[in-house]
Design a protein around this ligand. Structure first.
Ligand code: ADE
Ligand code: ZN
Length: 326
């Protein structure tokens, strides 16, 4: 199929990828065995069958439990390397990876163990596959702001390795305003900012992310459509939305792919991009997300070209690096 070859071949950047969400069941079992951790599933198949979610929280419960097999630097290296190898085959040329340090430091894993393993893989991946990278540290919004502030302080020695801070986990009841002071400190330390907003939460959370956290991109943001003035603002400012089509269907943000607003937002002139979020849990990496959206929404070659161009435009690459892909 020629549109598939086109989608796979076109250079694109992935801007919304939780590295812990790329943990495939096979690697989860291998690491569980390595560390003598007991998983509550008898087999890879049984685990995969458990990946049926009602909403964001039902997914997060499984995602945090799965991450418990990640214990040493080599685990984080293997996790990140497997992801890079996989998306190299999908035509991804640049990645901006989220990691959730609190998921690990809460279990007694050192911050350094996590980031050193990921960084070593990113460097290896650049050498082996030519994939460039940025790293984004996310705060877990279900934890309190003081915990996020302590995490930010732990990250200061790694400033040069982390381009931005982000905000993820349970959205409802945890508005961006809760983290205004943390993000203000982060920006004063030189970090850029992004935040998950408008995935399950209301458009008001997107407005808070823009006004209070001063984000350079909105992760998901699909509920912006409920507020026409907000949509107009996002278009005017060319504020990128990192949309995750398969995730939105799996977590029932939309009922079916045909109902997704990606194409409408694209046609309105928004800088929307396609991303995989947590590919091991949601049924596919970058190409699978492009393919599912293309089929469900009847996207044209021009749409695909625009989506890929948006991903480069919305990235944190330097202007000269963007030029190379434009
Ligand atoms: N953590 C991993 N994936 C997430 C998502 N889609 N929304 C919020 N937090 C997440
Ligand atoms: Zn996400």
């Amino acid at each position: 199929n020629s549109i598939d070859a086109f989608m796979r071949g076109i250079p694109k950047a992935e801007l919304h990828l939780h590295i812990e969400g790329s943990l495939e069941p096979e690697l989860m079992f291998a690491l569980a065995h390595k560390h003598g951790v007991k998983l509550p599933y008898a087999s890879v198949e049984e685990l995969r069958n458990a990946y049926q979610f009602d909403d964001l929280q039902s997914f997060l419960d499984l995602y945090y439990a799965g991450a418990a097999v990640l214990r040493d630097e080599d685990d984080f290296h293997a996790l990140t390397m497997a992801y890079l190898k996989r998306v190299h085959a999908d035509g991804v040329v640049h990645v901006e990876i989220f990691f959730d340090p609190q998921t690990h430091t809460e279990r007694g894993i050192a911050f350094a163990t996590v980031i050193d393993g990921i960084r070593r893989a990113l460097a290896d991946g650049e050498r082996e596959f030519g994939i460039t990278h940025r790293l984004i540290m996310c705060f877990l919004r279900h934890l309190d702001a003081a915990d996020a502030m302590r995490t930010l302080e732990q990250a200061l020695p790694y400033k040069d390795a982390i381009v931005a801070v982000g905000l993820d986990s349970s959205e409802r009841g945890h508005p961006p305003s809760k983290f205004e002071a943390v993000f203000s400190r982060a920006r004063s330390e030189g970090f850029l900012a992004v935040a998950h907003a408008g995935e399950e939460g209301p458009p008001a959370y997107i407005i808070e992310a823009l006004d209070l956290l001063k984000v350079a991109r909105v992760d998901h943001g699909v509920r912006c459509e409920e507020d026409p003035a907000l949509v107009q603002r996002l278009v005017q400012d060319r504020m990128p939305l990192t949309v995750c089509p398969l995730s939105n269907v799996k977590l029932r943000v939309v009922e079916r792919m045909q109902d997704h607003n990606l194409k409408r937002l694209l046609d309105r002139g928004l800088c929307v991009t396609i991303n995989s979020d947590d590919p091991a849990y949601f049924g596919g990496y970058m190409f699978a997300n492009f393919q599912a959206a293309q089929r469900g929404l009847d996207l044209s070659r021009e749409d695909i070209t625009q989506l890929a161009a948006n991903s480069i435009e919305a990235s944190f690459l330097r202007a000269a690096e963007k030029k190379h892909w434009q």
